[in-house]
Design a protein around this ligand. Structure first.
Ligand code: DC
Length: 219
């Protein structure tokens, strides 16, 4: 029997669209590793702020990037990200990170470094990866692409329910308007609006889309 070749399922979408929950549940159901690419951009932002680097000071951010060791691995079935051996944990979800991460993630050198780490997962495992440019830039050739969306009201309400302070609309505008790898619906992606889905029905809908995209039946 030949083994199923490794593959990536790309889940993109705006902030609080439900993509993290969907990616996690899909990974659980399909027995794959879930990779949170946003956590990597958040971790670099966390480090920059700790070193009092202004996120708009591109040269200083690039200098930082060349000095730090970013390690992306996995624990169980979920990705992990440490910087110089430290896992920032819950600090990644702070209001300060939310309001600075878009500036850091607009820097092409930051993206180049993190995209290489993201692609590296596929060297050893099949993954569900969520982010903004997974279907368009990180894995443009994967046939498995979903763009998750939800109405602005639903997304704002989700952030409040999460207990997070996050200017979702402002962050989405910055992420969609940046020059490098902006948030967009990738070629071949199917849009899934989760506004009126429960978590489980959203996962069911996603699995139907993936089957139509040819996802192999997994063991
Ligand atoms: O998914 P998230 O909200 O945790 O992502 C945080 C930020 O990271 C997001 O506002 C933009 C950036 N990001 C990105 O530019 N590309 C990705 N693939 C994932 C996240």
């Amino acid at each position: 029997m030949t083994a199923t070749p490794r593959f990536a399922i790309a889940i993109d979408g705006p902030a609080a669209s439900g993509k993290s929950t969907l990616a996690r549940k899909l990974a659980e159901r399909l027995g794959l590793v879930m990779v949170n690419s946003g956590a990597m951009y958040r971790a670099v932002t966390w480090k920059a702020l700790r070193e009092n680097i202004d996120p708009s000071d591109t040269a200083a951010v690039i200098d930082l990037l060349n000095r730090i060791d970013i390690h992306c691995g996995e624990e169980g079935m979920t990705s992990t990200c440490t910087i110089d051996g430290v896992d920032p944990g819950d600090e990644l979800r702070s209001e300060t990170i939310n309001s600075n991460v878009s500036a850091i993630s607009a820097i092409p050198e930051v993206r180049d470094k993190l995209v290489a780490l993201q692609r590296g997962y596929l060297d050893h495992t099949s993954i569900v990866m969520e982010g903004r440019d997974i279907g368009s830039v990180v894995f443009p050739d994967t046939p498995y692409k979903i763009y998750v969306d939800a109405s602005e009201e639903v997304r704002a309400a989700r952030r409040i329910a999460d207990g997070e302070v996050d200017s979702v609309a402002k962050r989405d505008a910055a992420d969609s308007e940046r020059a490098t790898a902006p948030l967009k619906i990738a070629d071949g992606a199917v849009v899934l609006d989760t506004s009126h889905h429960s978590i489980e029905s959203g996962v069911d809908a996603a699995i139907e889309i993936l089957k139509q995209q040819g996802l192999p039946t997994l063991p």
